[in-house]
Design a protein around this ligand. Structure first.
Ligand code: ATP
Ligand code: MG
Length: 251
């Protein structure tokens, strides 16, 4: 992924919409102390889904919304748009069967908004989405909140002195295995849920089996009772026939 353009409005010291283009080569932002250089890096971190206000050098998330200056009133919302171009090389088979690698560029625009009311939204290519979708999009690209694309002041020292598990996360992201690990975890969770469902179904089968045996016993009893009742009725018929004959003889 390549950073192409950044649009910032109402975010930190950027009251008006500002656009930064990152052309090929190196782009450097220079300016006097406090002019907003680090705010640009904060804007990138923020749009990629940063959840910690502290990492954005604030006390709470609301602090990222432009809160006014002598000349300007505070804005109602903060918005950052990030244009990325994804370059993937695809194999294209030519008619003479010669394999040819062709670079395919796809542009992606990620937007994050935060309103003073507390509402917030994420958009990918103008369509509302969840933070998870942004994470999925960026996984293994080296971008994203816990990645290594943004090396701010003190970050190198932080990486070197971080816990081995945190360092491993960074290396795995660079190696491009994070996505597969996340998918494996999701698959394992699904399997676990299916296992629990199976156990529940086993319990239900056991319960139903118990009821079935009880019903089977009752059915056998009912059949026997019906048989005995029929037999009784037959004997009663014989008896009544005999009585009627005796009575007929007596008349
Ligand atoms: P340095 O060279 O000292 O690192 P810098 O160029 O990185 O400075 P930043 O830290 O990016 O400067 O910007 C700091 C400025 O941003 C401060 O003047 C601060 O008042 C302003 N600022 C931060 N948050 C807001 C906000 N929510 N609303 C308005 N201004 C803000
Ligand atoms: Mg700075």
């Amino acid at each position: 992924m390549r950073l192409q353009k950044l649009q910032i409005s109402g975010f930190k010291s950027f009251s008006d919409r500002s656009e930064l283009s990152f052309d090929r080569g190196v782009t450097a932002i220079v300016g006097p102390n406090g002019c907003g250089k680090s705010n640009v890096a904060d804007a990138i971190v923020w749009v990629l889904g940063e959840q910690s206000a502290k990492s954005l050098r604030g006390d709470q998330m609301m602090d990222v919304i432009f809160n006014g200056s002598e000349a300007r009133k505070p804005t109602a919302a903060a918005e950052v748009r990030l244009m990325l171009s994804e370059v993937t090389s695809a194999n294209r088979l030519l008619s003479d069967d010669e394999g040819n690698r062709e670079a395919v560029a796809r542009n992606v625009e990620v937007t994050r908004r935060l309103y003073r009311s507390g509402d917030s939204e994420y958009l990918i290519n103008g369509e509302q989405c969840r933070l998870r979708d942004v994470h999925d999009l960026l996984m293994d690209t080296g971008l994203g909140a816990k990645a290594y694309a943004i090396i701010e002041q003190g970050k190198i020292g932080q990486i070197l002195s971080s816990r081995p598990t945190d360092r491993r996360q960074l290396i795995e992201e660079a190696a491009g295995v994070t996505k597969y690990k996340a998918r494996r975890r999701a698959a394992e969770l699904k399997l676990e849920a299916s296992q629990q469902n199976l156990t529940r179904i086993d319990d239900i089968i056991f319960e139903v089996e118990k009821q079935r045996s009880a019903l089977k016993r009752q059915a056998a009893k009912a059949r026997r009772s019906k048989r005995l009742r029929d037999e009784l009725r037959r004997w009663e018929q014989v008896l009544f026939a005999r009585r009627s004959r005796v009575l007929a003889d007596a008349i």
